[in-house]
Write a protein that binds this ligand. Structure first.
Ligand SMILES: [Mg+2]
Length: 456
């Protein structure tokens, strides 16, 4: 068991910061429903007695980050004073204690702000563990014995799809050739697609320029935001299809803009442009709606992708069982951190649905590459293994993802690639970071107090 020695690993501090980037100024990240996101995160630092640190985050869109920060503060009591080695020795037990406290679970359970907060804390603990073992997280996971890996997962509510014993057996069955796949990952990484060409707020000229830029960089898969007006979508998707040609792949993403029938009608109109998938066509909670859309669009060769706002493993289970998703888009900053995401990967493999992780935002690319690389090494190696890539906010990270020739290169540094530079925190912590103070002063954004007045 790769559980470290207890010495010095008592957790003595958890710090959480509200960190926000003013991305709404240039329309980066804009889609049908999130028209002015300021990409943000609740950033958690866990410290042990011997001075080790683990960094974790959960991604947010600006306002509301303060609520997640408060929830993380409320959960500190479940972590402070514990020994990290004891947590890792029974990670599933700790996971349940953190996510199912008898009083706190009322504001979840296992969903919404409470679960985002849990994810921030859990991600920092996984980063800490990988640093203690001196391995990048994907190697920590890939090097674990099947029993060890499975011991980190709470199987409550999912045993009708996969039991603990089945999960262990599945991992054992996939062991052959693992070392060769790890070598392959180390040399060639894993393929990615770009979302950078098609944000809603971009001009046609910019979309064309970006298509050319990413074609030159070797990308073959391109995603475009849709869902505000069919005329606009047809124009923009045509633009991208023309620029990338017929051989490359187009995907579209509605970010939950439609009702079920509207999604089907809309996508039939976009079908001649041959999108490989429609992402988040409707409410992220509507399992049967997604199943109906999947069924209706199957004759057109269009799959349904969703998962970036899926609440927990139970919802994922139903999407996977019902035929509601053909592409499972786990999100590294949502659901209950790495522990719960691993369970989704195992269910997806059992039910033969391809996992194509959601990324972008703040730190998602950094984190999700580890998960997908573990998946390729240990679970599923017969699909394209594609990961989303968005070229934003990487400069704030100490160990940013590296994409070469449209492939994520395997991270080498110990940890989960979640540590931000102290200068970034100093500039962008909200509202007292130096950049925010400057922008308030120059009238670029209202100060928090003025914003309250405007809205009251
Ligand atoms: Mg999306």
């Amino acid at each position: 068991m790769p559980v470290p020695d207890r010495k010095g690993l008592k957790i003595v501090a958890i710090d959480v910061k509200d960190v926000r980037f003013p991305t709404s100024l240039e329309g980066h990240g804009s889609d049908a429903l999130h028209t002015d996101p300021n990409y943000s995160c609740a950033y958690v630092t866990t410290r042990t007695e011997d001075g080790r640190q683990g960094f974790g985050l959960t991604f947010t869109c600006g306002r509301g980050t303060e609520v997640v920060v408060l929830a993380i503060r409320s959960m500190k009591r479940f972590v402070l004073g514990k020994n990290a080695a004891d947590i890792y020795a029974d990670f599933a037990g700790f996971w349940r204690a953190l996510t199912n406290d008898s009083q706190m679970r009322w504001i979840g359970p296992e969903k919404g702000v409470a679960h985002l907060a849990a994810a921030g804390i859990l991600n920092s603990l996984w980063d800490l563990w990988a640093r203690i073992e001196n391995k990048p997280l994907w190697r920590l996971l890939a090097d674990m014995e099947p029993e060890e890996l499975v011991s980190t997962i709470d199987f409550r509510y999912i045993t009708d799809v996969i039991t603990k014993d089945e999960a262990v057996q599945l991992l054992k069955d996939k062991r052959a050739g693992k070392e060769a796949r790890i070598k392959q990952l180390t040399e060639n990484g894993i393929a990615c697609y770009t979302t950078q060409v098609g944000w809603m707020g971009y001009s046609d000229k910019m979309v064309k320029e970006l298509c050319n830029k990413y074609l030159k960089l070797g990308f073959t898969h391109f995603k475009v935001k849709v869902g505000t007006s069919i005329e606009d979508d047809l124009r923009r998707c045509n633009l991208v299809r023309e620029a990338i040609g017929d051989k490359n792949t187009l995907m579209v993403d509605a970010n939950q803009a439609w009702s079920v029938n509207e999604a089907i009608d809309w996508m039939i109109k976009l079908a001649p442009l041959k999108p490989m998938w429609i992402e988040e066509p409707t409410s992220p909670d509507d399992v049967l709606g997604h199943a109906a859309i999947s069924k209706a669009l199957k004759p057109y060769g269009i799959g349904v992708a969703t998962g970036e706002m899926c609440a927990n493993r139970v919802m994922f289970k139903q999407f996977l069982q019902s035929g509601g998703m053909q592409y499972c888009q786990i999100d590294s900053a949502r659901i209950g951190g790495v522990n719960e995401i691993l369970s989704v990967y195992l269910m997806a493999e059992k039910l033969k649905v391809e996992v194509v992780p959601h990324a972008g935002g703040v730190g998602l690319c950094e984190m999700v590459q580890h998960l997908q690389m573990w998946n390729y090494a240990s679970v599923c190696y017969d699909t394209m293994g594609l990961i989303e890539y968005v070229d934003q906010q990487h400069e704030h990270f100490f160990d940013p993802c590296v994409v070469k020739n449209a492939r994520y290169m395997a991270p080498k540094k110990p940890g989960y690639s979640t540590e931000m530079f102290p200068e970034t925190i100093e500039k962008f912590k909200y509202p007292d970071g130096s950049e925010w103070q400057r922008m308030f002063k120059e009238g670029i954004f209202p100060s928090p107090d003025e914003a309250e007045l405007v809205n009251s």
